[in-house]
Design a protein around this ligand. Structure first.
Ligand SMILES: [Zn+2]
Length: 106
């Protein structure tokens, strides 16, 4: 499946850009840029590392969307939420739940 180029968070569209050597240049494998409404992801990331980094950056966007204060706590909150939310979403034991949940909208 083709990599996504954007994600909607409520009413705002964020571009997703896969950047070569992002980690080398910025010392981070993912970056959220509020000013330009974009999420940058290191091109070399794959699998679970890519899933976790994308969710981490999406949570930064959610943080901004909620009008939560940006500051020292943001990174800590996002970093703590990411692995737990990732597990809830991706855990094979929850797939029945998510299949049911998606159908609630239909
Ligand atoms: Zn972060």
């Amino acid at each position: 499946m083709r990599r996504p180029s954007s994600i909607w968070i409520v009413s705002k569209k964020y571009k997703i850009r896969f950047v070569a050597n992002l980690a080398k240049h910025s010392l981070a494998v993912g970056m959220f840029r509020w000013e330009s409404s974009e999420i940058l992801i290191d091109d070399g990331l794959k699998g679970p590392g890519l899933a976790e980094t994308l969710l981490h950056e999406i949570l930064h966007a959610v943080h901004v969307t909620c009008n939560l204060q940006t500051g020292v706590d943001e990174e800590d909150i996002v970093s703590r939420l990411t692995p737990i939310l990732l597990d809830v979403i991706r855990n094979g034991k929850n797939q029945k739940f998510w299949k049911w949940w998606k159908e609630l909208d239909e």
